[in-house]
Ligand binder design. Sequence first.
Ligand code: ADP
Ligand code: ZN
Length: 217
Amino acid sequence: MRIVMLGPPGSGKGTYASRLTSILGIPHISTGDMVREEIRAQTEIGRKIKEYSDRGELVPDKIIIDLLVERLKKPDAQRGFILDGFPRTIRQAEALERISEIDVVINLNVPDEIIIQRLSNRLVCRKCGAIYNRLTLKPKVDEVCDLCGGELYQREDDKPEVIRERLNVYRRSTEPLIDYYRRKGLIKDVHCNDLMTPPDVIVNKIIEIIGGLKKEK
Ligand code: ADP
Ligand code: ZN
């Protein structure tokens, strides 16, 4: 199954994708994580893209497409994948089309108020990338990852001014993809209108959608 997760920043793409990956046995490929890893490791690419990412802007298409193409060549991605954060522009979607088929695009619909509450309270594990939330998904011990004991921190781009910019970028550059994929008949809409909805409720909805697609085949 080749799945694209589409939705605004803070819609839960990463949280759901990381749970789906263990259920479906296919890798979770997050271009946001790849970007943060390049920055952390201070690679040549990392140095080029840090400013874009810190400001909440998109990294240039060419750089991100090259990273993704390399990632999709790896053996674990041959049986399928869950893409989180890619594509984010029509150009990226066209590039993806040239290298792989897509079976379904899960479009997460989440109101802005929820997004802002979620992102401004989000914490991420420095070591393993696990995602927490001060309101809804608290770690057992303050500021410590349940899974690996790593330190939790707030992402540079989860500061309030940057959140606003990321939402603008989403509206401008990424939202047009909804129509693009709807015309291809690939969109399945999932709604989340309540901040307190537990992730597993949404994950189960997605699993049902995917189960339905498998039967159709
Ligand atoms: P979000 O929580 O906003 O969905 P991500 O973790 O997916 O954020 O991405 C963080 C940052 O990494 C983005 O703001 C952007 O700078 C960069 N990035 C990630 N994926 C892409 C992409 N497909 N195209 C361009 N930039 C990207
Ligand atoms: Zn961790």
